[in-house]
Design a protein around this ligand. Structure first.
Ligand code: NAP
Length: 270
């Protein structure tokens, strides 16, 4: 019988996850099925209990349940606890454990592109859930300074009390800029004509990372490429966080050469 995995969320029709996980299953020889589980908020607690009852091995969690689901789990990993959000649940021996593989996926992507964080100033655009995982990874891995940029600085400061939060206008007068990470949906399909930053500002950085994966080249990354920056699109993190989830669900380590192959297959298909 196939092992069952899946994605828990509210509206899931546009998810790339089934295709990505099915490619991973093929490459790591797992006889698995990845199912979309659309769940209404009032049924979330029952859905989590149902995963155990049905012996589902693991699920990813997406909008709007990454925070809400935490209170229904038996334990939470260290990184997910610090971030305050779970995007992956492992079900083992009747227990549910929450992890945050956006954190690991972001790190795996940086390693893949040899991005060195030491003595670097990183700027994160947006103050949502993805920004939280990125921020935690950066501070756990030796970045010199992190600046968060928000459309609403005061609200941003209440969310990130211990960090520097500035407005988009204030970003114009920051002198030292190394890495910029777009953690907003600005530029995402269908609004592909939007960029969170102007080409002028982008040109002040050395590396531009967009967490958006649809389209693969956002206007933000197009500007970055045109002004000579190293560019990284969000599909790498999406695949890497999925690989990390498979590693956790199946207690395995996927060889980096296999991960490379999964990347090229997914890249050619999506
Ligand atoms: P979110 O929780 O909704 O937060 C996004 C943040 O971006 C908001 O808090 C807001 O911050 C800012 N924002 C929202 N709409 C904006 C707009 N139109 N223009 C400029 N800023 C805007 O979303 P999320 O879960 O953090 O996801 C953010 C992006 O990352 C999405 O595109 C998502 O698909 C992508 N993502 C990719 C991966 C991956 O594996 N590649 C993983 C997770 C997320 P302020 O109000 O402070 O400006």
């Amino acid at each position: 019988m196939k092992s069952l995995y899946g994605l828990l969320g509210e509206k899931l029709t546009h998810s790339f996850s089934p295709q990505i996980h099915s490619e991973i299953f093929k490459k790591i020889s797992i006889d698995g099925h990845y199912q979309l589980f659309e769940v209404e908020k009032k049924n979330l607690v029952d859905a989590v209990a149902g995963l155990k009852a049905l012996k589902v091995r693991g699920v990813n969690v997406t909008i709007p349940y990454k925070v809400e689901v935490m209170k229904f789990l038996d334990s939470i990993s260290e990184e997910a606890e610090k971030i305050g959000a779970v995007n992956t649940i492992c079900l083992k021996n009747g227990k549910s454990i929450g992890y945050n593989t956006d954190y690991y996926g972001f790190g795996m992507m940086l390693n893949r592109f040899n991005v060195n964080l030491n003595n670097k100033v990183a700027v994160i655009l947006g103050t949502g859930g993805a920004a939280r995982a990125v921020l935690q990874y950066l501070i756990d891995n030796g970045v010199d300074e992190v600046i968060l940029v928000s459309r609403n600085k005061e609200e941003g400061k209440t969310k990130f009390k211990d960090f520097k939060v500035i407005s988009y206008e204030e970003l114009n007068s920051v002198n030292r800029l190394d890495i910029v990470i777009n953690s907003t949906p600005c530029g995402m399909y269908p609004n592909i004509e939007n960029s969170p930053l102007s080409k002028d500002i982008i040109s002040k950085f050395n590396i531009a990372i967009d967490l958006i994966y649809n389209p693969k080249e956002t206007l933000f990354l197009k500007y970055a490429k045109e002004t000579g920056l190293k560019v990284i699109n969000g599909l790498y993190m999406l695949v890497d966080q999925a690989v990390k989830a498979e590693e956790l669900w199946n207690s395995i380590k996927v060889d980096s050469k296999i991960v490379d192959k999964i990347h090229s297959i997914v890249d050619s298909k999506l």
